[in-house]
Design a protein around this ligand. Sequence first.
Ligand code: ADP
Length: 158
Amino acid sequence: MSKAIYAGSFDPITNGHIDIVKRAQKLFDEVTIGVIQNPDKKSLFTVDERIKLIQEVLPSDISVEGFEGLLVEYARNKNVYTIIRGLRAVSDFDFEFQMALTNRNLDPKIDTVFLMTDVKYSYLSSSIVKQLAGLNANVSDLVQAPVEKALKEKLSNG
Ligand code: ADP
């Protein structure tokens, strides 16, 4: 059975992330979403909130987990050797290239598979969504309804 982990911050999950999940599900029998808990990166939503939102917007056949520490260790512990990352534009490439090779250095058995998003999501990021929602702009084309609602609640509560 082919397995892969789609890892990221998902702070919060956007339609661009969902596009990548759907593409990954066509290629792998089992896709797990691994939500990175990175204490150095300031996030709007807690890991538990991010997980809950992902569960609300994706079908239940996809498992979602939070993890701390090294992605390669998390993957290895699950016996998964394929990491999925999404690519939007050339600007993503440098960072993703560096990460993929670093992960391979840490564990040569681990490979990263890059999937290209639909062009309509190529400008979309969680940061842009947070900025727009913070300015009360309509984000309904960019995220699913539960995420839009959570953004409103979070940003109006301060
Ligand atoms: P990270 O902080 O680890 O980059 P993100 O949640 O921002 O986490 O992104 C997780 C993965 O999804 C990354 O590989 C990122 O390039 C990809 N991604 C983010 N937004 C999009 C999008 N609109 N289309 C395709 N891939 C995306």
